[in-house]
Design a protein. Structure first.
Length: 319
């Protein structure tokens, strides 16, 4: 999800598909998403659009959501130019409204998820005649049933490429969130955020971001893969060694099921979600003074303890 890209094509409003406007879509994880149009949508003086649909010159179907026009230029002689800020990009499907964006499952590859999981799929052997044999093993996904409506799968996906002088296999570890029925993307994002914070806690620093995010729509035997992109502000560049993490998969693999269940359970606890938000919000706010960071951590830890335990260390009168 980090690489920049751009697409040229035609763009229109769902309720007025005849009015297509040519333009270019730009994506940058740090700078956001922008759409430059060679004209205007004929929607009176509307500048905010829930959904904009597009078709690129190479045939991709794209949905842009929560769009706002922030600039307009008219040149005489010449033409009109309008610029829009976009919140999310969905590549692979046209959705007519925000409520129509629903998925049966979500797949996320986070930064440092490979290092945290540490799955070993390669084995190298040497034969007596000097040949090298490299064996690649497909790992069985690890699945946790969180509740009747939600499952989580830890999965390794492999991709190979070859040339005359080189053959390579790349593994990527994914969290796959599986819903019992289709769920709105904007509700899905909450689960993505919960997993991101779990990995942030495990890694011990704010270096975990979605590098690749996809939603899947199941219609019988047909499965539609939709690539999802949105801006990630304040990306922190860092190198995190697996041995320096607070904990990795190997340290909890015998209790991974209970770890994940409890994480989702307590994160969605009425009195605890604000505590988690304070803690992880402090981690991500690098501009806070050290004093403020320390106080926020103390408040978060104390609030967490008081929400779970009702014991008293002094009498109510003395307190």
């Amino acid at each position: 999800m980090i690489e920049e890209f751009k697409y040229e094509g035609e763009w229109w409003i769902p309720k007025n598909p005849e009015n297509k406007v040519r333009g270019t879509l730009y994506f940058s994880p740090k700078d956001g998403i922008k759409l430059d149009l060679l004209g205007l949508f004929k929607e009176n003086e509307q500048t905010i659009f829930e959904v904009i649909l597009g078709s690129t010159i190479d045939g991709k179907e794209i949905t842009l959501t929560r769009c706002m026009q922030y600039a307009y230029e008219k040149h005489v002689p010449g033409g009109e130019i309008s610029k829009l800020h976009i919140s999310e990009i969905f590549i692979g499907e046209h959705f007519s409204s925000l409520s129509a964006i629903e998925f049966n499952r979500i797949s996320i590859h986070f930064s440092y998820l490979n290092e945290w999981a540490g799955f070993k799929t390669f084995k190298k052997d040497f034969t007596k005649d000097g040949n090298t044999i490299i064996t690649h093993k497909n790992l069985k996904p690890i699945e946790v049933k969180i509740n009747n409506n939600l499952k989580l799968r830890l999965h390794v996906s492999s991709r190979s490429s070859s040339s005359l002088t080189k053959y390579s296999i790349e593994d990527k570890t994914y969290f796959i969130i599986i819903f019992s029925k289709r769920l709105s993307f904007y509700k899905c994002r909450r689960y993505i955020y919960i997993l991101q914070n779990f990995l942030t806690l495990a890694v011990g620093d704010d270096v975990s971001y979605p590098l690749k995010l996809s939603g899947f729509i199941e219609n019988g035997k047909k499965i539609t893969n939709v690539e999802i992109y949105y801006a990630i502000p304040n990306i922190k560049e860092s190198t995190k060694i697996r041995q320096h993490m607070l904990f990795n998969y190997d340290t909890i693999k015998d209790r991974f099921d209970s770890f994940i269940k409890n994480w989702f359970k307590y994160y969605q606890h009425d009195s605890l979600e604000t505590v988690f938000n304070l803690y992880f919000g402090t981690i991500r706010n690098q501009r806070l003074y050290v004093d403020n960071q320390f106080l926020n951590y103390v408040i978060a830890i104390e609030s967490f303890h008081r929400s779970l335990y009702t014991s008293k260390y002094v009498s109510c009168l003395l307190y």
